[in-house]
Design a protein around this ligand. Structure first.
Ligand code: ATP
Length: 512
């Protein structure tokens, strides 16, 4: 299956099994807004819990808040979003499709990189054991040609970004011969800026002064609450504030399922620290966050850091943690050293003192801050796309299975009476009652056991528990493992401990 096909299959699977539906689908949907169904909400909640507990329980100096989505409009002036939260957009006059000019150029660069990698793979196959990749990259004429092309375009792109030169963006697109994938033409409009914030009217009077924004990030709620939390929680620097919540961006191009949505959820943590120590903390949080990801067991090789060359207006260091999605390595999480930009601006605009008196140095200062920011929905897509497998079985059949990290699985165990009679449903119900306080379980009595196994595989249930006639006598049940498909006979009294050993989130947290 190509990566593209896998993505389509994944979207269909999400709908078929109640993970994700297009929003308001009976009205043909709303672009880039999605609903989480009965399975999706469980998986999403488990992801959030893994993050929340890792932040607020494992770190004594990190606390959580839940701020409002609406904030005072001045918030977004102070944060720079009113002036600069823009995307450069460009339209193709033939297809009438809109694109982000920066993304068109980045995709073009990614294609050159892909070409170079393919060339390397060719070399590797040709030279076998003796292959020296570094030397090959330095000497192969095809690679050298592509590299020169890459560097030329890349340098122009970085310079255009720095200078905010929209005309140069267009010129790069024209010079590179980038065409619209729909119309196939290079009949482009000029590039212009577009602010991504949604606005609405607050209260009943419809004048300008009542315009409020739906927050485009959760971070600002943390900054404006900084002083309240610091004082009421008697927090000592360094300390962090974590928040999970909805954010809204009127994204120009939103065609990648839940990768880029107009309404999405973020998990953000702002870590406040003494100025001058930010690089040390930036490095610590990079390491800490990568560990959190790799700890899920989805393969360290599927993550990489991408350090920013062009820093956002508020940052003095920034990196992305990228994940290998079905459409390539893309940003999953951002880690930024934001200096005192946010608190400093809020202090200025609000007239309130947002300083910290440091008892160790005897000084007062506006704290610096390192931010970790990850999208819940992107994380959901990462987990799901990595877990989806189509397996060929020995009996010639295929099965679709979600090999989800067990603590994240929506349903932890399915309880299945072999038949719908002879007292088996009653005993199965007893097993449900035993387990339901600790785990999200599903009771299923319809269809053959084989079909029920398949349905549970498709939603990633780690354990299927079958109650059969022998169970009535020996009070044992058959437990089938999702990944190995092996079955073992287990006393009902031991079920809780067995399931817990594999699905308890704390086991994951203990490894951090
Ligand atoms: P991108 O470059 O992909 O637009 P960004 O750099 O604007 O992302 P940040 O502002 O750093 O993203 O947001 C932090 C995180 O929030 C991202 O790493 C991503 O996981 C998530 N995120 C941002 N925008 C969206 C969106 N439109 N839909 C879903 N998740 C998003």
């Amino acid at each position: 299956m190509t990566q593209d096909e896998l993505f389509k299959v994944l979207v269909a699977h999400c709908k078929e099994y109640g993970f994700i539906f297009p929003s308001s689908e009976i009205y043909d949907g709303l672009a880039a807004v999605y609903d989480y169904g009965q399975m999706g909400v469980e998986l999403k909640n488990n992801i959030k819990q893994y993050w929340w507990n890792a932040m607020t329980r494992l770190n004594e100096n990190i606390v959580g808040i839940d701020a409002g989505i609406f904030m005072h409009p001045k918030t977004w002036v102070a944060s720079g979003h009113v002036a600069a939260f823009n995307d450069p957009l460009i339209d193709n006059k033939d297809s009438k499709k809109r694109y982000r000019a920066d993304v068109l150029i980045e995709d073009y660069l990614a294609k050159i990189e892909e070409k170079m990698n393919k060339e390397v793979e060719k070399g590797r196959r040709k030279f076998g054991e003796a292959f020296d990749e570094a030397k090959f990259r330095e000497t192969n004429p095809n690679i050298l040609r592509e590299k020169a092309r890459y560097e030329e375009v890349h340098n122009r792109y970085v310079a255009a970004e720095k200078a905010n030169d929209l005309a140069e963006y267009k010129q790069i697109i024209l010079d590179c011969g980038i065409v619209c994938p729909i119309s196939g033409t290079a009949n482009w409009t000029d590039v212009r800026q577009f602010n991504l914030m949604f606005s609405t009217q607050f209260g009943s009077v419809g004048d300008e002064a009542n315009t409020v924004y739906l927050r485009p990030e959760t971070a600002q709620g943390i900054f404006v609450d900084y002083i309240n939390v610091q004082k009421t929680g008697r927090m000592k620097i360094p300390f962090g504030i974590a928040q999970i919540g909805k954010a809204f961006r009127n994204e120009v191009v939103a065609r990648q399922f839940i990768f880029r949505m107009r309404e999405f959820e973020q998990m953000e943590m702002e870590f406040f620290l003494r100025p001058g120590t930010e690089m040390e903390w930036f490095a610590k949080w990079k390491e800490n966050r990568m560990k959190w990801h790799v700890n899920l067991g989805m393969g360290a090789e599927n993550y990489r850091f991408h350090d920013h060359e062009k820093l956002a207006h508020y940052a003095n260091a920034a990196t992305d943690i990228e994940f290998r999605f079905p459409f390539g390595f893309k940003e999953l999480e951002g880690i930024h050293s934001r200096t005192d930009f946010d608190l400093g601006n809020h202090q200025q605009l609000s007239g309130r003192k947002l300083q910290y008196f440091d008892p160790e140095t005897g000084e007062s200062y506006v704290p610096y801050c390192v931010e970790t920011s990850i999208g819940v929905d992107r994380m959901f897509l990462a987990v799901l796309s990595h877990s989806y497998k189509e397996e060929q079985l020995e009996n010639g059949e295929t099965r679709v299975v979600l090999c989800l990290p067990a603590p994240l699985a929506p349903v932890k165990a399915a309880v299945l009476p072999l038949v719908k009679k002879d007292g088996l449903p009653e005993l199965a119900q007893e097993v449900m009652d035993l387990l339901k306080y600790d785990f999200n379980c599903q009771y299923e009595e319809k269809d053959s056991i084989g079909k029920r196994y398949r349905r549970q595989d498709a939603i990633g249930t780690p354990f299927c528990i079958t109650v059969d006639h022998d169970s009535l006598q020996d009070r044992c049940v058959t437990v089938r493992d999702r990944d190995t498909m092996t079955q073992e006979r287990v006393p009902i009294t031991e079920l809780r401990a067995l399931i817990d050993s594999k699905v308890n989130l704390n086991n994951l947290l203990r490894k951090l």
